[in-house]
Design a protein around this ligand. Structure first.
Ligand code: NAD
Ligand code: IMJ
Length: 256
């Protein structure tokens, strides 16, 4: 018996076994949760995610491009049919056009800005709106942010603006969802070696700088995002909503 036995959740944003969403899923599985998953519609994403989650007995594995209202609606209809209810939701999704992330923020196109905001920030509220009617006994929602939403991290550019919007959306969503006893919080994670960090120029330097400045003197372990998600998604955090918790070895509290 685990803390999440007989609890059902949907995890959006597993791409592979390095994904933050997968670290969170592993922690939830250890505590007995029943999990459904969504992945990008491409055949390669589907293959990778199925290979990971089928051995765990996942009953719901569906494609979902969060830019599509129809995809989001179909996923939550399927959640209703498969489980009849939802206890929690994990949102771990971000995207900005790669060529635009490389350019100065000043050069960002209107189209690229809207795309990044749509996928990285609007998608949270789209998912919350669809999830809320299924959370009949209350619920908990977690999303993943980054320090670049609070301070300038050179190169993070439009994604920083998306994370600022995401974190403030969490506060407004906490207000709206509170009426239904649904809590929502963000985890602001330190830099992690995932697909979304692959190919980012200077990423190793950022990780080195991080270990030098962070009070704990090391990088964050994926399992540490898992245990904080367990806290935020369980009744251990019953009085906490609208919050962004830094799981960053203390990096964000240090000036110089
Ligand atoms: P990841 O690449 O494993 O996960 C990103 C996910 O976003 C992927 O599963 C991808 O399929 C999904 N995605 C992108 N566009 C989508 C769309 N249109 N529809 C549906 N899904 C889409 O990388 P990750 O690092 O685990 O990222 C997860 C979250 O963590 C992101 O929000 C990211 O900003 C955040 N984050 C990452 C770091 C880091 O250093 N890696 C640090 C802090 C926060
Ligand atoms: C991403 C870009 C620039 C600097 C960055 C990052 N730093 C970190 C990240 C310092 C830690 C990773 N991160 C926190 C993200 O949120 C990543 C988002 C992201 C990554 C990509 C790469 C591939 C692509 N588009 C992306 N969109 C968003 O094409």
């Amino acid at each position: 018996m685990g803390v999440f036995t007989s609890k059902t959740g949907l995890v959006m944003g597993v791409a592979n076994d390095r994904s933050i969403a997968w670290a969170i899923s592993e922690a939830l599985y250890q505590q007995g949760a029943e999990l459904g998953f969504t992945h990008l519609p491409s055949p390669s994403s589907q293959r990778r995610v199925r290979r990971l989650v089928e051995p765990r007995g996942a009953r719901l594995i569906l494609p979902c491009d969060v830019q599509s209202d129809a995809d989001v609606a179909r996923v939550f209809d399927a959640v209703r049919e498969t489980y009849g209810k939802l206890d929690f939701l994990v949102h771990s999704i971000a995207f900005a056009p790669p060529q635009e992330l490389r350019n100065p923020y000043l050069q960002m196109s209107r189209e690229g800005w809207h795309l990044a905001m749509d996928i990285s920030a609007y998608s949270l509220l789209a998912a919350c709106r669809a999830a809320a009617p299924l959370m009949t006994a209350g619920g908990a929602i977690v999303t993943i942010s980054y320090y670049g939403g609070e301070k300038v991290i050179p190169g993070y550019n439009v994604m920083g603006v998306c994370k600022a919007a995401l974190e403030h959306s969490v506060r407004y969503l906490a207000w709206d969802l509170g009426q239904q006893k649904i809590r929502i919080n963000a985890i602001s994670a330190g830099p992690m070696r995932t697909l979304s960090a692959a190919g980012i120029s200077g990423f190793d330097r950022i990780r080195d700088h991080f270990t030098q400045k962070a009070p704990l003197g090391r990088n964050v372990e994926p399992s540490e995002l898992g245990t904080t998600a367990l806290y935020l998604l369980s009744d251990q955090s019953d009085g906490v909503t609208g919050e962004t918790i830094h799981v960053d070895c203390g990096f964000s509290v240090v000036g110089i």
